[in-house]
Design a binder for this molecule. Structure first.
Ligand code: 5GP
Length: 216
């Protein structure tokens, strides 16, 4: 038997859901988030701002908005970030305005941010879904970083040290996915996204609109 779950959000007029996804480098977070955004039409990726250099193949406005320190400082001064953090010696931040625009469109939004950023969002906003993606082992993490060929050996060591620090925070998250097999991890991520959508507090208004007359 094949069971098909709708990829569409349940109602036209609704408050979007904020999904906060963290993971150490090499856990496969970016791949999984891309797969999720491609799968669910109502799900959008929030593009962060960063002061790091683009890697080969990255484009401005796609993976990140790449800005210099001056522009990042100006955004901090104007209070434009919902959160920002130093990661691997560079700054990364989530634009408040971009999120508000996506929310106004009724989109569900995926924030791919580090554990410091996630803690700040948790303080600032209620009701988000917090998802942590783990590699099956530290060794697998090292192998994935090597295989993607984007960072040199020193950067890989640095990212692995940071990975261990991030992994300690995994159990602060509401959902934890161990990415041993990409397809299985993707099924789990889809299940999380759908289960957040059908939570009672999010479907109550629709239930009342349909069955209110019988509910007293
Ligand atoms: P990378 O340089 O590999 O793309 O990302 C490095 C780390 O920065 C990842 O853990 C990523 O999730 C995190 N990151 C990306 N965007 C943001 C952001 O807007 N805020 C915070 N706090 N972290 C971010």
């Amino acid at each position: 038997m094949t069971v098909t779950v709708s990829r569409q959000p349940m109602t036209d007029k609704r408050t979007g859901i904020l999904y906060i996804v963290s993971a150490p480098s090499g856990a496969g977070k970016t791949t999984l988030c891309k797969m999720a955004v491609d799968w669910f039409p109502g799900l959008r990726h929030s593009v962060s701002y960063t002061t790091r250099q683009p890697r080969p193949g990255e484009a401005n406005g796609v993976e990140y908005w790449f800005v210099d320190d001056g522009a990042f400082d100006a955004m901090i001064r104007k209070g434009e970030f919902l959160e920002y953090a130093w990661v691997f010696g560079k700054r990364y931040g989530t634009s408040r305005k971009d999120l508000e625009r996506l929310a106004a469109e009724g989109a569900d939004v995926l924030l791919e941010i580090d554990v410091q950023g996630a803690a700040k969002v948790r303080d600032a906003i209620s009701g988000g879904a917090y998802i942590f993606i783990l590699p099956p082992s530290i060794e697998a993490c090292r192998e994935r970083l090597r295989a993607r060929g984007k960072d040199g050996p020193e950067e890989i060591d640095r990212r692995l040290n940071e990975a261990v620090a991030e992994i300690r925070k995994a159990l602060d998250y509401g959902y934890v996915i161990i990415n041993d097999d990409l397809q299985t991890a993707f099924e789990e991520l889809k299940a999380v996204i759908v289960s957040e959508r059908v939570k009672r507090e999010r479907t109550e208004a629709r239930v009342r609109a349909i069955f209110g007359a019988y509910m007293g």
